[in-house]
Design a binder for this molecule. Sequence first.
Ligand SMILES: Nc1ncnc2c1ncn2[C@@H]1O[C@H](COP(=O)(O)OP(=O)(O)OP(=O)(O)O)[C@@H](O)[C@H]1O
Length: 648
Amino acid sequence: MGADRKPGTTSTKSTTSTTSTTSTTGAGGIRGRLVDILRLGRLATALAWRASPKALLGTVLLLCAQAASTPVQLLLAREVVNAVARTTPAAHLGGPGSAVPLAGWIAAMAATLALGTLLEPFSRTCQSLVGDRLVGFVTGELVRAANRWQGLARFEDPDFADDLERVSSQAARSGLEVMAYGTRAVTTVATLVALCVPLVRLHVLVPVALVAACVPLLARQFDFQNTTGSRLYALTPQARTLRYSRDVMVSTAEAGDVRLFGLGGYFRRRYDEAFAGSVGDLDRLRWRLTPPMCLSAGLAGTAVGAVFGYATWQVATGRGSVGDLVLYGGTSAAVLSTVTSLGFYLGFLPMVFAFLPSLDRVLNAPPDLPEAPDPLPAPRPIRTGIVFEDVHFGYPGRDEPVLAGLSLHLAPGESCALVGPNGSGKTTIVKLLLRLYDPTAGRILLDGRDLRDYDLADLRRELGVLFQDFVRYEFTAADNIGFGDLAALDQGGDRARLLAAAERAGAADLLERLPDGLDTEVGVRFGGRELSGGEWQKLALARAFARDCQVLVLDEPTASLDTRTEYGIFERFAQLTKGRTAVLVSHRFSTVRMADRIVVLAAGRVIEDGTHAELMAAEGEYARMYRTQAAQYLDDFEDLEVPSGERR
Ligand SMILES: Nc1ncnc2c1ncn2[C@@H]1O[C@H](COP(=O)(O)OP(=O)(O)OP(=O)(O)O)[C@@H](O)[C@H]1O
């Protein structure tokens, strides 16, 4: 689990490991940790710089200017007070005379104050600009990285899901935070030194004692930020659970179910419990860290009071001006607040650095499927077909195999239906054929060469697919079909091609009914026209048909179609799959019968293989399943006068 991974470490297991990262634990020790921090700092600043160089530069400069303003203001305050004192009967309290008149000091003081106040909104604006651009930039990089992962395993890895959660929740802005908190920490140290200089005039031990008294507070501040940051990191899996519980309650997809079953209150309670668990944990930690922080704050405050008392005594005994009193009092108070801020900024950095490795792992994750060094183009035409050769497969993170020694040959141009009980491995075979996973053992050959030898993008261009859980793109109907072949959309919209694909999928009548035909926005998310389940499936089927491919994979292609539409596809199936190798997965025997050949699976193995007639004659598992299927449904289907030449 992600929680077990130490914050700040960049080494990780399996698919999420990166070649560029180094472990920060073990032999490397502190040196390794420092090297890692430097590398991560470089990554973060490079991202922030690439997102918005001007705004980032502006932010850093403004933060430096803001840091300089406090000591300058205190020095000017001293001069103003002294100048005022010199105009009173107690002129000696104003110290030695100055060439600059009182008005000059007041103007300088007012200008510095105004400038300090003015800088703040500018600084905030610049930080917001960098922050927004950085989130956009990092999201762009994330999408780019995600496009390099061509398989599914990484998306199903909970560790990686935690990393993605961290990237979206915390790490996206980390480039800005490293820059902003890093700059603030450095400038705060500079401010601290600048504040200590005038205090030396009071007594050389004063700044030393004051800083020493503030160090415990600095340490406690750092500890508070650092510890809560680490705990937040460890709570990522809970954060994901929370997000899921929230999404279930507010998403359109689950809205009907949640209302019908009255699950709103139940999910609310689950959310509240999970939230209370996470927040309670953080609360306890914060309360535990607060008393030592109070004690150290008390010590630091006492030290400031002591400095002020000492300065007052000095002035009262004629060893300083009233301006000095303002300067020393203000400076010692400023030292305290500066140290507090320094602890805060320094404490924030480990938290930022804890989340940064997730960003690093996600952005630099290597391709998840091995790529051939010299990949072959996909064969055109396919000559000998597809062979599953003693294929074994188990999903990552699951012990039991799904396929155990599956062997199967799909001849070119042949249509093959996979049937079998739920969980027998039909969809898994399809996913392996599409190379969404690689077999654990054995090979899948296309024209005698392992699928892994081919250029993946080229291979996938030859695969048209309709997934069982097909995607409903809430764009236009044209987009839903054209996503099957982007060229049909890119070329200013090859409408004829889109319409032809719709026609093949039995979606022509649907397009006629839509108010703007192909240009109708579908789905309610953006106020488009909602479609029925079957209508969505027709568009998804059209998407599969839109691709000029040699292999067609249809997983439950008719599950939501009405009998007549299914029958229409049945009638034209031979023509639709002409010249293509087709793999059909279905529980509907009316669909299964469209195929030239039927392969029956059980527990990841082929138990029967033949045509419908052969398997019926064999009186085996297929015949039994066929007869068990709802007789009424089959009767309805057969009533639709199937031309004898079409039925296999
Ligand atoms: N992404 C996954 N991660 C882990 N296990 C999975 C995953 N997908 C499927 N499985 C498991 O693999 C087995 C085979 O699933 P598969 O989807 O291939 O079956 P199927 O024959 O297509 O089933 P159905 O008829 O219900 O669609 C099931 O036991 C399932 O729990």
